[in-house]
Design a protein around this ligand. Structure first.
Ligand code: MCA
Ligand code: AMP
Length: 505
């Protein structure tokens, strides 16, 4: 048996001397050199005890070696589990305890924090820093540049990506080799990605967008990737004249538009700008076209499903819509109460079925059963509507979710931390429009009379427990939360009342 993803994305490049990863501060890595490095790391993983199906947890800075670690995990038959570098100790502890990995790879700066966590899970702890150095790499130079690839079929797990939930407990989405490969093929063909492309890569590589959408398609096509450590307007604008593609979240585009150096002339070599992970405002889409002549291609995906829909490459890229279902993917809009399909034009729950849809949540059969129907349709929690000519628009969410700068934050998780603080009676966390991040987080907090902690105490507790991007940008101390007659907190009332509060400072 072959190794489904490895064979199609990596093995084919063994003799390819073309550029794979180009960097501003270090030499480029060719495809052939990458294949060799992947094999060397696969040896390290196997020598560390990795057996097929074992999880490899990685919380490390974005670097070439981390991309190679992803590919090496697949080649060695493992399951890749990347974590946001912003996650704090308690967050990481939960993922490691839940996923019981064989190996944990972290930044050397986090060793002290992670040693106990890895020990408790029975995992080996290795390190990798931003320069690609660490104990993971120590013996790499001594390893052979070929490795007996471990067979993995289409239905075997390739990755476990955690996604937070409305209950506050994160769920591991089990993604198979075919989930990844089928989506990679569909996107590469639809977006016409070839070995003549140079993709600007400024996204993190611990999420679907930067890891699978951007890197898997480049690997499949043999494209060159201009690999940046993170988002920088200066670095992207400097790279644009030599590049052909950019993939980003809407914040990328609003930030680029805010810079007068972005012009039609300097983007003339570019072929495609892709946006996703959060709603792109129609006004951003229009302003970008006016400035550059390029129509941003917006697409829609989820951790559980990879990409579901895309605006067309040829044809109308319609502002405010996420386009049409990808080839092989079915998208329907149903009545959220009955689950029955609704007539075209009505707003309802978006459900998705296809080879892109995950296998279920790791060790959570009840959650899987609640969201993944027996007939294969996944209930996304997004509310949408189809136009007469088949374009899908996302008009809202039935899940209580904030998307800030492309990162998902489930209010319940932040509320749980706040509600545990001595002197806090209850809280409601919600998002308000924000020019930079799309949405900004606000917490409305009700105190126990006579026991009110300071806002600083709230901030400190949240800072200790949660990643920075989940922190409320503003706290509103109020007497009571607005509730409807059923006793449910009316977040829409809070949202309307405090919209603009962040901008107003
Ligand atoms: C950074 N900060 C944030 C965010 N990012 N706060 C809220 N939301 C954020 N997204 C914090 C920083 O810690 C900092 O805090 C302050 O905000 C300002 O940071 P800044 O320097 O402006 O941030 P940055 O480093 O430039 O990052 C902004 C960013 C980044 C480029 C938008 O967040 C990003 O790369 N987002 C992409 C996320 C992504 O890949 N999503 C895909 C998920 P302080 O002031 O205290 O230092 S996959 C997905 O959703 C599905 C599958 C899909 O469809 O793709
Ligand atoms: P995640 O679970 O991080 O993968 O985030 C998935 C969610 O991001 C989806 O359920 C949508 O709510 C949102 N999302 C992704 N792409 C878009 C888009 N183009 N427009 C609006 N929302 C999007």
């Amino acid at each position: 048996m072959a190794n489904h993803v490895y064979d199609h994305l990596i093995a084919r490049h063994a003799d390819n001397d073309a550029c794979f990863l180009k960097r501003d501060d270090a030499p480029a890595i060719s495809y052939a050199a990458f294949v060799g490095l992947v094999a060397q790391i696969a040896h390290v993983l196997r020598d560390a005890g990795l057996t097929p199906g074992d999880r490899v947890v990685v919380q490390a800075p974005k670097c070439v070696e981390m991309v190679a670690l992803y590919a090496a995990t697949l080649q060695a038959g493992g399951v890749f589990l990347p974590l946001n570098t912003a996650y704090k100790r308690d967050e990481v502890a939960y993922f490691v305890e839940d996923a019981t990995p064989r190996i944990v790879v972290c930044d050397p700066a986090s060793v002290e924090t992670l040693t106990g966590i890895a020990d408790r899970a029975g995992a080996i702890l290795l390190t990798l820093d931003a320069a690609g150095q660490g104990t993971l790499m120590a013996s790499v130079p001594d390893k052979p540049t070929t490795f007996d690839t471990v067979p993995r079929g289409p239905d075997d797990l390739a990755a476990l990506l955690y996604t937070s939930g409305t209950t506050g407990r994160s769920k591991g989405a089990m993604l198979t080799h075919d989930n990844l490969l089928s989506n990679t093929k569909a996107l590469t063909e639809l977006w016409r990605i070839t070995d003549a492309d140079t993709l600007i890569h400024a996204l993190p590589i611990f999420h679907t967008h930067g890891l699978f959408v951007a890197l898997n398609t480049s690997l499949y096509a043999g494209a060159c990737v201009h690999f940046m450590p993170g988002f920088s307007t200066d670095a992207i604008l400097a790279a644009v004249p030599e590049a052909t593609m950019l993939m980003g979240v809407p914040t990328f585009y609003t930030r680029l538009l805010a810079d007068h150096r972005l012009t039609r002339e300097m983007t003339s070599n570019m072929r495609l700008f892709v946006s996703g992970s959060a709603p792109l405002l129609a006004e951003t889409h229009i302003a970008f076209t006016q400035r550059t002549g390029h129509r941003i291609l917006e697409r829609y995906g989820m951790t559980e499903t990879n990409m579901n829909t895309s605006n067309p490459y040829d044809g109308d890229r319609r502002a405010g819509t996420v386009g049409k279902p990808l080839p092989g993917v079915e998208v329907i809009v149903t009545d959220p109460e009955t689950g029955q399909p609704l007539p075209q034009g009505e707003v309802g729950m978006i459900e998705v079925r296809g080879p892109n849809v995950f296998k279920g949540y790791w060790q959570m059969p009840d959650k899987t059963a609640a969201e993944l129907r027996e007939n294969g349709f996944f209930i996304t929690g997004d509310l949408g509507q189809f136009s007469e000519d088949g374009y899908l628009s996302i008009v809202g969410r039935s899940k209580d979710l904030i998307i800030t700068g492309g990162y998902n934050v489930y209010p319940k998780e932040v509320e749980d931390v706040l509600n545990d603080i001595d002197g806090v009676e209850e809280s409601a966390v919600f998002g308000v429009p924000d020019a930079d991040f799309g949405e900004a987080i606000i917490a409305a907090v009700v105190m126990v009379p006579g026991h009110a902690p300071t806002v600083e105490a709230l901030e400190n507790e949240v800072a200790d427990k949660l990643a920075r991007f989940k922190h409320p940008r503003r706290y509103e101390i109020i007497d009571a939360l607005p509730r409807n007659t059923m006793g449910k907190v009316q977040k829409n009332v809070l949202r309307d009342h405090y919209a603009g509060a962040v901008a107003a400072g």
